[in-house]
Design a protein around this ligand. Structure first.
Ligand SMILES: [Zn+2]
Length: 723
C-alpha cells in the first residue's frame, strides 16, 4: 500500500496527538482498501486506483443539533455540537473500531448527550453505525450530521458524481460559490432524493456512499467541493428528533470502493433495498399500459372543459395516439386545485350517473381511467378547513400551518392550502374513502397527487398521534400508501394506486408513477447529444433509477397536448410510459381539431403548454409518430414494457452520437438504438454469445440490422442468447 507523503505526515501527527495504540491506527483492512479512523477523521486507502482515495484533514466527522423542547413557537437557532474538542474513548473491537463520547462539551458547559460510532468491515464495504443518547432535560436533538467524509481526491472528469435527484443526475463539474465551496444535496425521501445512495463513478470503478436506512428516515445526502484543497466531501444529514431520555440509532452508512461500472454500485443498493421493500404485484393491464392522456375536466376558475358526456371524445383522442389510460383531473365539483380534499361528482358536468356511465364506456372501449385526489392539500378558508382540516394540518416550528399556494390564472386570486398530516387517522380515512369512491364509480385507479414529490416535514401539531415534534412524510407516508393499496387490493385486485413524483420508499405500493422529477421532462435531440458528451455541469441521468429498480414504471411529464419525435424516442429508449396533457380549452381544440393555438388563446393562464413545441411539428405528424412508437412498443412488449431495463449491459456498440439501451427478457436481449442527431448514423453492434433474431423500426418495420440509422429514429435489435 502506497500512501501519499502528506497523508503519512498526518497519520504521524495523529498518533502523537492522541497516543492511539499502533494497532488501531492501522485501520480496517478490507478486500478493497483500508479505512482509517483517527483524530483527522475518516480516511480510505483503496486497493485500486479506480476508486478515489480519502485523506481526512481534521474537519468534523459528525455534528448534532439541539433545540429547547418547548411547544411551538420554538425560538432561536439550534445549538451545534460536533466531535471537535471532545475526548472519545476508543476501542478496537473484534470486527472494528468504536468511539464512545460519554458526554459532550461546547467548550463552556457539559451536555448530557452520549454518542457512539462504530466502524466495521462488512463484506467488500465498510459500515458506520452508532447511537445518540439524549439525557439532557429540556432539550431535544433535532438533527445529526454524520458520518462526514472530507478529502475525497476525485476528478469529476473521470469520476462524475451520480446523485439520486429524480431518475438521476450526473454531476460533471462543480464550481465554487463566493465562499469557495459548492454543494449538491438531495433530500430523501422526495423527488429530489429518490434513493439513499450516490457514487463517484469512474468507468472502471468508483466509490459508493449509501445510507441503508430501512426506516426511510428523512435525510440529506450532500456532496461538497472545497476550492482550496480541490477535494470533495460527502455527508448524511439526518433530520430527526430525539427527546431527553431517548436514544436514536444512526442508520448504517456504507462506504464501498467498487470495481467496474456504476451498475455494480446500483446492484449493491438494489440488493439491500429488495430486502426491505416487498415488491408490488402490478396488475397485468397496468404493466401493459402505454401511458396516459392527462386531462383537466374542470379548471380552478370553474370553467368546464370536458363534461362527463364528452369523455368519449377524449377516448377518441387517446385512441388516435395509442394511449391506454385517461388521467381525469378536475373531475369533481371544485375543479382542479380547489376545495380539496372534498371530491363530489359535479352536477354542472352531468352528475354522478353521467360520470358512472362515462367511466363504464371508457372501459368498454378497452381503456382505463384514473381519478385524481390530492394526497396532501387541504384548502384554507373552506368549511372543511374550519370544521376538520385545520386540526389535521402539519404545523411548523412557529406554530403556523405549512402552506402551499396554487394559482392558475392571473385574473383569479391564488388558492391557499395546508398540508394534511399523514399520521392523523382522520386524514387516512378521508383519503381511503376517495379510493373506495373512485372504485365504486368505475375507475381503475386513484392518483394521490404530490406524495412522491414533497420533502419530509417537521410537524409540531398535537393530536395527530405522533410525538411533538415529529418528522412526517417519511415512514408514515410509506405506511399510509401501503395500507390504502392493501385495502383496495382486497376490494378490487385490478385497482391501482398512483402518485406524482418518485422515491423508492413507496415502491411497495405504487403501480405507476406520474412523472414529475428530473429525467422525465422534455428533452430535445441536441440536449441528448450534450448529455452523451457530458457537456454541461450536470445533466439528467435517468439510467440511474431505471437500472437500480428496473421494474419501476413511471410516465414522462409533458404538460402539453403533444410530444415530438425526440421525446417519443427518448421515452421508448428509457422504457418509460407516455403522457400528454390537456389542461386548457386551446389544448382540447388541439387534441380534437388539430388546431395549433396561439399564446393569446390562453388568455390569463399562468403556466401555458410548450407552444413552440406544438408549432414545430404538424399535429397530424406528431399524433402519427406517437401512435407508431406505442404500437412498436406493444409489438415488442416482452422486452420494452415487461423486460428488465439493463442500460448498456450485455452489448458492445461502436458508433458516435447514439443512445443505446438494452432490455432483457429470459434469453432474449433487445438493444434499442436512438439516433437523436440530424444525420444518418452508422454503427456496429455485438452481443457476445448471442445470435441476431430481427431488427425493426416503428416507421419502416423490419430493416437491415446494421444499416445506417436515419436521423431522429429508433431501431430495436433483438438477440437470442445461447446460454
Ligand atoms: Zn402531524
Amino acid at each position: 500500500m502506497k500512501y501519499p507523503r502528506r497523508w503519512n505526515h498526518l497519520m504521524l501527527g495523529t498518533l502523537a496527538l492522541l497516543s492511539f495504540p499502533a494497532l488501531a491506527a492501522e485501520g480496517l483492512h478490507g478486500e478493497r482498501g483500508v479505512l482509517t479512523v483517527d483524530a483527522q477523521g475518516i480516511s480510505l486507502a483503496p486497493a485500486s486506483a479506480t476508486c478515489p482515495a480519502i485523506t481526512a484533514r481534521g474537519e468534523p466527522m459528525w455534528a448534532l443539533l439541539m433545540q429547547p423542547d418547548t411547544p411551538p413557537p420554538v425560538a432561536g437557532a439550534p445549538v451545534v455540537l460536533s466531535d471537535k474538542g471532545q475526548q472519545p474513548q476508543r476501542e478496537v473491537t473484534a470486527d472494528g473500531i468504536r468511539l464512545t463520547y460519554e458526554s459532550l462539551t461546547d467548550g463552556k458547559r457539559t451536555w448530557r448527550v452520549g454518542v457512539t460510532l462504530a466502524f466495521r468491515r462488512k463484506g467488500d464495504a465498510f459500515e458506520v453505525t452508532g447511537e445518540v443518547r439524549n439525557n439532557e432535560p429540556g432539550w431535544l436533538m433535532c438533527g445529526f450530521t454524520g458520518p462526514v467524509l472530507h478529502g475525497i481526491r476525485a476528478d469529476l472528469a473521470t469520476h462524475p458524481v451520480l446523485m439520486p435527484d429524480g431518475l438521476g443526475r450526473q454531476i460533471n463539474r462543480m464550481t465554487d460559490d463566493k465562499q469557495g465551496a459548492s454543494e449538491v444535496a438531495t433530500v430523501y425521501p422526495s423527488r429530489k432524493g429518490t434513493m439513499q445512495w450516490c457514487a463517484f463513478a469512474g468507468e472502471q470503478g468508483g466509490l459508493y456512499f449509501g445510507c441503508h436506512d430501512a426506516t426511510h428516515g428523512a435525510k440529506t445526502i450532500c456532496v461538497r467541493r472545497d476550492a482550496a484543497s480541490q477535494a470533495y466531501g460527502l455527508a448524511v444529514k439526518h433530520q430527526v428528533f430525539c427527546a431527553a431520555g431517548q436514544r436514536w440509532s444512526l442508520p448504517p452508512t456504507v462506504i464501498m470502493p467498487y470495481s467496474g461500472s456504476w451498475h455494480t454500485a446500483a446492484r449493491y443498493y438494489r440488493a439491500w433495498s429488495e430486502g426491505i421493500v416487498q415488491p408490488l404485484a402490478v396488475p397485468e393491464w397496468a404493466r401493459n399500459a402505454s401511458g396516459w392522456l392527462l386531462c383537466i375536466l374542470k379548471q380552478q376558475n370553474g370553467e368546464v372543459l370536458w363534461d362527463y358526456a364528452s369523455l368519449g371524445k377524449l377516448c377518441d383522442a387517446a385512441d388516435a395516439r395509442g394511449l391506454d389510460v385517461l388521467g381525469l383531473f378536475g373531475w369533481a365539483h371544485g375543479g382542479h386545485d380547489h376545495l380539496y380534499p372534498e371530491y363530489f361528482p359535479d352536477p354542472k358536468m352531468g352528475g354522478e350517473e353521467a360520470l358512472r356511465k362515462a367511466l363504464h364506456e371508457i372501459r368498454q372501449r378497452g381503456k382505463r381511467s384514473i381519478l385524481y385526489a390530492n394526497g396532501q392539500l387541504i384548502e384554507q378558508g373552506t368549511e372543511f378547513w374550519s370544521k376538520a382540516g385545520q386540526a389535521l394540518a402539519v404545523l411548523k416550528q412557529d406554530g403556523a400551518p405549512v402552506q402551499q399556494t396554487y394559482h392558475k390564472y392571473r385574473t383569479t386570486a391564488p388558492f391557499r392550502f395546508g398540508l394534511g398530516c399523514l399520521v392523523a387517522p382522520a386524514w387516512y380515512d378521508r383519503m381511503l374513502a376517495l379510493a373506495v369512491q373512485a372504485n365504486a364509480l368505475g375507475a381503475d385507479g386513484i392518483l394521490y397527487d404530490q406524495l412522491g414529490v414533497n420533502e419530509p416535514l417537521a410537524c409540531y401539531a398535537a393530536g395527530h398521534g405522533h410525538p411533538v415534534p415529529a418528522m412526517v412524510y417519511v415512514e408514515d407516508r410509506v405506511r399510509f400508501l401501503r395500507r390504502i393499496e392493501e385495502h383496495m387490493r382486497q376490494v378490487n385486485p385490478d385497482f391501482i394506486v398512483m402518485t406524482e413524483g418518485l422515491h423508492d420508499s413507496v415502491l411497495g405500493s405504487i403501480s405507476l408513477f406520474h412523472g414529475c422529477m428530473t429525467g422525465t421532462f422534455a428533452v430535445s435531440g441536441q440536449e441528448m447529444l450534450a448529455r452523451l458528451h457530458r457537456q454541461d455541469k450536470s445533466a439528467p441521468f435517468p439510467e440511474l433509477f431505471r437500472y437500480t429498480f428496473p421494474a419501476m414504471m413511471t410516465t414522462i411529464r409533458m404538460p402539453t397536448p403533444m410530444l415530438d419525435r425526440a421525446m417519443a424516442n427518448f421515452t421508448c429508449a428509457y422504457g418509460l410510459r407516455f403522457e400528454i396533457e390537456a389542461r386548457y380549452a386551446p389544448d382540447r381544440r388541439y387534441l380534437c381539431e388539430e388546431r395549433v393555438p396561439g399564446a393569446d388563446e390562453y388568455g390569463e393562464v399562468i403556466n401555458k403548454p410548450d407552444l413552440a413545441l406544438m408549432k414545430a411539428t404538424p399535429p397530424a405528424a406528431a399524433t402519427r409518430y406517437l401512435k407508431q412508437v406505442i404500437e412498436f412498443q406493444r409489438a415488442h412488449a416482452d422486452l420494452l414494457w415487461l423486460g428488465s431495463f439493463t442500460d448498456d449491459d450485455g452489448f458492445a456498440l461502436k458508433g458516435r452520437n447514439l443512445v443505446a439501451k438494452s432490455f432483457a427478457a429470459g434469453k432474449k436481449l433487445g438493444v434499442l438504438i436512438w439516433n437523436p442527431g440530424d444525420q444518418p448514423a452508422t454503427f456496429a453492434l455485438n452481443v457476445p454469445g448471442a445470435t441476431l433474431l430481427a431488427a425493426s423500426e416503428p416507421e419502416r418495420g423490419n430493416v437491415e440490422a446494421l444499416g445506417p440509422l436515419p436521423p431522429q429514429s429508433i431501431r430495436l435489435l433483438e438477440w437470442q442468447k445461447k446460454e
